[in-house]
Each structure stands twice: as C-alpha cells, then as structure tokens.
Design a protein around this ligand. Sequence first.
Ligand code: UTP
Length: 299
Amino acid sequence: MTGIMKPRKAIFPVAGLGTRFLPATKANPKEMLPIVDKPLIQYAVEEAISAGFTDLIFVTSSSKRAIEDHFDKNFELECRLIETQKHELLSIVQNILPKGVNCAYIRQPETLGLGHAVLCARPLINGEAFAVLLADDLISTASSNCLGNMLTVFNQTQTSILAVEHIKREDSQKYGVIDTGTQDATATSNPVKITAIVEKPLPQDAPSSFGVVGRYIFTPDIFSCLEKTAQGAGGEIQLTDAIALLLKKQCVNAMIIPSKRYDCGSKLGYLEATIAFGLAHPELNSDFAALLKHYVSQL
Ligand code: UTP
C-alpha cells in the first residue's frame, strides 16, 4: 500500500439501456429523467460533490450525449436569459457544477453490465480509491449524506464499503445480497463486515435481508477482480461477482443507508420520488399537497 488513500474520484455508470422506461429512454438517457425539475444524474452528482468528491467520471454510451450537454456551458441559453433578465434561472444553469469540480467522459462500447462499465473507467482512476454512484438510486440528502458517511468510514478503515438497505426477502432477486456471518447487521453495528455476497439470489437462498444499493467506495484492487470476472447473471459482468472476489483478498464493509432510497429505475419508485420531492419542493409543496389530496379523495 502507498500511504493513506483519500478518494476524490467518483464514477457514474450511465451506459445502461434503461429498458424499464421505454419508450421514454429510446433517445433520452434514463439518468436525465427529472424528479420535479432536476435530472436524476444531477442529484447523484450533488451528493458526490457535497461528500467531497471533485473528479466526476461518467461512463456513457452513444445515446447519452444529453448528460455531457447538461454539465457543459450552454451559451445560447445563457445569452437569452441575460437578455430577458432572468437572473435567477441564469444562476441555476451556470451553477450546476461548482468551481474546482472536473468532469470526464468515457464510453462503454457495449452494455456488458455494471461491472464492465466500472472497468471501462479504469484508465482515468490511476490506481486511486474511488466511489461509484448509480443515479437511478436516489437517496435523500435532506438529513444525511449517504456517500459522505461512507467516505468518513473509508477514511478511517481504508477498506471498500458498500451501501445496503433492509429488503423484503421476496425482493431478493432484484439485489446483490450480503452475508454478515454471525454479526447482527443493525443500525447499531454500522458498518458491518461482509463475509459473502451473492447477485440476485432466490428468496430461499438469500444469505440475509440486506440488499446492496447504488453507492460504493472501492480500493483500486476491485479492478483486477473485475478483470477476472466472467459473465454472470443475465450474461453481464456483474460488479457483485467482482466484490465476491475482492472479499477473498481484503475486508469489505457494508453500511446501512441513513435515509430513504427511491428506486428510480422502476416506474413505481420513480413516481414515489416525484411525490416525495414534489411535497418537499419550496415552490410547490402546499399546492402539490392540495392536488394530491384531491386525487386521493377520489380513490
Ligand atoms: P440497471 O440494472 O438499472 O440497467 O443498471 P439499465 O440498463 O440502466 O436499466 P433497465 O434495467 O434496462 O431498465 C444499473 C446501473 O448500471 C449502469 C446503468 O446505466 C445504471 O446506472 N449500466 C448497466 C451501465 O453503465 N452499463 C451496463 O452495461 C449496464
């Protein structure tokens, strides 16, 4: 090991096809779907920046150009907002990224899975520890920053860490599920050491009721594990399988997420997030609540 690792790079794998949202995602990236007035990817980027990450690496594909444009300057729009004196909107579009934050984009040529997408970013990581955020897992930062908490633990332990949440056993086939051995994984034993991990197990085979959600911090050793990982569930190179290999070499921790997660990769989770963020939105809250009450009264 070469001294203390202080992760500052965050990978956003955004090359998936988003088939659960077709036809909306035929030409538009799933990660650009808005929750109220902000695209999913911007929520994840804000979480990473507020946790202290400064180098953002997006693993994209040919249909994801809108993501690059979103984080780039738009001269025409800015000129028009200046002309029309819409200063508040101008400030919103000019300050999507704070100063000192850098973006890099790298392509995943084929959708060979999340593990493969992370491996595509290897040339930009330069042997450092790094975070991975899946933007379709929207985690509220209103009271606590999930990735920030994980970074605090990483800085103390210098070992990889995954975010997990309590799942219903019947939902185990949607998640990577961790085994914590004889340790009791509760909020009081947070973080907890992982003893095994399995991708999308049948409910009867699930080693626990803790499923991995889309926040990770890895030591660079994950890359050699990804290289050795063959195609797994769904014919894809699974990040979970590489984590299982990493576990044979070094300690990996899990941390229970501190706040509510919305699975915005599914339609129902997306709608739930829209309701929650709409109700919390400073411009909309009471009007939106009145609207919801009206619809609920008709159910
Ligand atoms: P998902 O499993 O949600 O797949 O990927 P998906 O393609 O985005 O959506 P569906 O299931 O077809 O509706 C989890 C994350 O991994 C990324 C996705 O962009 C998403 O952030 N991913 C997945 C890649 O970057 N590359 C891949 O080959 C697969």
